[in-house]
Design a protein around this ligand. Structure first.
Ligand code: ATP
Length: 270
């Protein structure tokens, strides 16, 4: 279990300097005709989209639509059947190590070691990415600032609430300043106030540091608040991408929930 988590945590390595300038909108992610066929199921069917520097992109869709499969392929945890994705200039097929240095992936079921204190956990995780003590301290300081757990970092994680654990995990995930953070259901199971705090953390990192995000969520209010652009996936097809206001206008819908319903129903009919 610990071994699996450590492998996952190693995806967070990054030494890239952040770029605060929002005027240069380089592609951080370019997904090119990506498909995944499981034995009988075509889970992802020829999807393409891109994410710019500093952009928050949400991939939404019903259960079983192919979100996790897409995210796992981009994270290099799953090999595509066809297609490719370029992350910070590196192909997931040809340069998976370089891709892993540029991203962090936080699965929705991610956990932390309950017997460790928060601060020990952050130091332990930072140590997976660097043996340089100054760098390690800088990563930990950054994570402390981001999670804002104060003195509670000296307590065992087992005593934390769900919201505190999620803040700690998110801070850990972004402490090395990855170019692209991939977050599966970042606020699932959190109360409203904790969810708002996490969303603000994400927005701040995108706006102030130019970090890019690929999120999946079932919460339409969250999506509307946090994301710059949205992609709706249904039965493995990426049906549409656009800003929330563009999608609402296009589908003549008062909110994103109704856009979602219409797009998914359209796909059911065809
Ligand atoms: P959810 O919102 O429920 O998490 P999702 O959009 O993330 O769903 P995926 O988990 O990517 O969807 O699944 C897409 C399709 O692929 C589903 O039909 C699922 O049953 C199938 N699938 C996923 N993993 C496997 C696997 N390892 N082997 C076979 N089929 C799989």
């Amino acid at each position: 279990m610990i071994c699996g988590i450590i492998i996952l945590e190693k995806l967070t390595v990054s030494t890239q300097l952040h770029n605060k300038r929002r005027d240069i909108l380089a592609n951080v992610l370019e997904v090119k005709e990506l498909s995944k066929q499981y034995s009988k199921v075509l889970a992802v069917d020829n999807i393409s989209f891109e994410i710019n520097e500093g952009e928050i992109f949400a991939l939404i869709g019903p259960n079983g639509a192919g979100k996790t499969t897409t995210i796992r392929m981009i994270s290099t945890l799953l090999t595509p059947t066809s297609g490719d994705a370029i992350v910070a200039g590196h192909s997931i097929l040809k340069a998976s190590d370089k891709v892993r240095e540029s991203i962090t992936y936080l699965p929705d079921e991610a956990g932390a070691y309950k017997q460790m204190t928060g601060i020990k956990y952050l130091r332990f995780m930072a140590g997976l990415f660097t043996s340089d003590i100054d760098k390690l301290n800088a990563y930990v300081e950054r994570a402390k600032t981001i999670c804002a757990l104060g003195d509670r970092l000296n307590d065992k994680i087992g005593s934390y609430s769900r919201g505190m654990i999620r803040k700690l995990l998110l801070a850990r995930a972004v402490m090395t300043k990855p170019k692209l953070a991939i977050l599966d259901e970042p606020t699932s199971g959190l109360d409203v106030l904790n969810a708002i705090e996490i969303r603000k953390m994400i927005k701040k990192l995108a706006e102030e540091e130019g970090m890019s995000f690929l999120l999946s969520s079932h919460n339409m209010l969250e999506i509307e608040f946090v994301s710059d652009r949205i992609g709706i996936i249904s039965k493995g097809h990426l049906m549409v991408t656009g800003r929330a206001d563009e999608l609402k206008e296009r589908y003549q819908a008062p909110n994103l929930e109704q856009v979602f319903e219409r797009v998914v129903n359209e796909n059911e009919v065809h």
